[in-house]
Design a protein around this ligand. Structure first.
Ligand SMILES: C[S@@+](CC[C@H](N)C(=O)[O-])C[C@H]1O[C@@H](n2cnc3c(N)ncnc32)[C@H](O)[C@@H]1O
Length: 222
């Protein structure tokens, strides 16, 4: 539980403080993850009433998704400061709670869309599968799981430059759901940590994957 605890106690706030100004200056709708999610899910917005965003920081991206999809949003984020600032903005449609993705304080099947918002690479490895299971638990069958994260093509880790002893873990997280046969990959946008297009440097590659949670993943042969 080392990384999760450090993000809860200090590094979540530190990430927020390093990026707070930048987050308010960007055009959220033009961010590659958000523009792709909206282009893909606007046609099915009638099916999306409740959104959970994991690793939401102060909730600016979550608010954009809620506004465009006419949905209510809940965000979970370890940074106390980001959660306080986000809730102080008093968006009617969005509520943020402090916590980490390995323990979600929400009922089973309570969301139509769960968005892992570029955070899985920071999760402790010993509770990674628990975190994936928690997101699956709270997502309704027939809902959408969105994952934005580093996606280099091969599993790799790198020392996290802002805190000694922590790592960034890069791998194809969507495949952990699709290989179970319970999720279908509806689409994937490849871009980069430093630009909006595919990167030949594997270490910089990022993708947004949109997975559909099958209502019944098994063909009945009887
Ligand atoms: C790279 S930032 C992304 C922030 C925002 N979602 C965005 O796309 O701009 C990663 C975020 O994940 C949060 N985070 C780190 N570990 C987490 C965990 N175990 N559970 C949930 N969020 C976590 C960090 O505090 C930080 O806000």
């Amino acid at each position: 539980m080392k990384q999760n605890f450090i993000f809860l106690s200090s590094e979540g706030d530190a990430w927020y403080e390093r990026n707070q100004t930048h987050l308010t200056q960007i055009n959220i709708a033009e961010e590659p993850d958000i523009s792709y999610i909206l282009a893909s899910l606007l046609p099915v917005k009638d099916q999306i009433d409740n959104i959970l965003e994991i690793g939401c920081s102060s909730g600016l991206k979550l608010k954009k998704l809620c506004d465009e999809l006419d949905a209510k949003g809940v965000g979970i984020e370890p940074s106390e400061k980001a959660v306080m600032d986000g809730n102080a903005m008093k968006h009617d449609s969005v509520t943020l709670v402090q916590g980490t993705g390995d323990s979600l304080p929400f009922a089973d099947a309570s969301f139509d869309l769960v968005n892992f918002a570029f955070c899985l690479y920071l999760f402790d490895r010993n509770t990674l599968l628990k975190s994936l299971a928690e997101a699956d638990r709270v997502l309704k069958p027939g809902g959408y799981m969105v994952i934005t994260d580093f996606d280099p093509g091969t599993q790799r880790k790198r020392a996290y430059s802002h805190f000694p002893g922590l790592f960034s873990y890069k791998q194809n997280y969507g495949s952990l759901y699709t290989s179970a046969g319970l999720y279908y990959l509806t689409g994937k946008k490849c871009f980069s940590h430093r630009s909006t297009v595919f990167d030949t440097d594997a270490d910089e590659r990022v993708s947004t994957q949109i997975l559909y949670k099958e209502k019944d993943a098994f063909i009945n042969e009887s």
